[in-house]
Write a protein that binds this ligand. Structure first.
Ligand SMILES: [Zn+2]
Length: 75
């Protein structure tokens, strides 16, 4: 294996990510992926202008994505 920092390597979802760290024994690397990754579904409160009190507690589920995630990969 002949990898070095800043080389392109696939993230677990198959995007082109870049290597940011390689362990001393070279069996683990960290890659940072610039693409968005699904993280979780989160319940968020919906703000309404309605004055009825129960509406103020309404929530909706929203999918949370994040960019620039770092993955540790065993190679
Ligand atoms: Zn990715």
């Amino acid at each position: 294996m002949d990898l070095k920092v800043e080389d392109i390597y696939k993230c677990p979802e198959g995007h082109k990510a870049s290597i940011v760290w390689i362990s001393e024994n070279e069996n683990t690397i960290a890659v940072r992926c610039p693409y968005e990754h699904f993280v979780k579904v989160e319940k968020v409160a919906i703000r309404t202008k309605s004055s009825s009190s129960y509406r103020n507690h309404a929530t909706e589920e929203r999918e949370i994505f994040t960019k620039d995630m770092v993955f540790l990969i065993r190679i």
